[in-house]
Design a binder for this molecule. Sequence first.
Ligand SMILES: O=P(O)(O)OP(=O)(O)OP(=O)(O)OC[C@H]1O[C@@H](n2cnc3c(O)ncnc32)[C@H](O)[C@@H]1O
Ligand SMILES: [Mg+2]
Length: 168
Amino acid sequence: MNIVIGSQNPTKIEAVRTVFAFDHVTPLDVPSNVAPQPMSDEETRQGAINRAMQCVNSEGAHLGFGLEGGVMEVEGALFLCNWGALVTKDEKIYTASGARVALPEEFTKELQAGVELGILMDTYVKRKGISKKEGAIGIFTNDLVSRQAMFTHVTTLLRGQWEYWSTR
Ligand SMILES: O=P(O)(O)OP(=O)(O)OP(=O)(O)OC[C@H]1O[C@@H](n2cnc3c(O)ncnc32)[C@H](O)[C@@H]1O
Ligand SMILES: [Mg+2]
């Protein structure tokens, strides 16, 4: 099976490769067609769907995947959120979300002004490329849950739903 994942981010590519270890997984750089920093569950999920849709429509693809990071608000606090989408050749869409963790209060103003979380994280940790490594979720869980592990869980939720519903 040819699986196309709509990102060059290694945490996303490796997550899909882990869950589909016996399939051919190809990364494809596609736009999310939402804001670079999605600010709600709805927008983050839409970004994931948009990416998965473009992937499944690329040549030779059997399944398309989109994995998207964003933030969402609960009672005035911003949480990291992540969504995944799996789209089949006949355009059936499966979605699932990942774990959420609270972000520092000091991030709120800048995120609301449109600054990307990736940039805030690198400044916060004083290191480059956090989003391609442990991610914000890794930092704020003391390295117990990495961005790749979180996306692996989301991809597993997608695979399971697809297997369940496509046989019914
Ligand atoms: O190349 P792509 O696939 O776009 O990967 P990305 O790292 O930009 O990730 P997203 O577009 O999914 O995430 C939207 C923004 O939120 C940031 N972000 C999301 N989750 C993050 C995390 O766990 N750690 C650091 N930055 C994160 C990310 O860097 C972007 O600025
Ligand atoms: Mg991005």
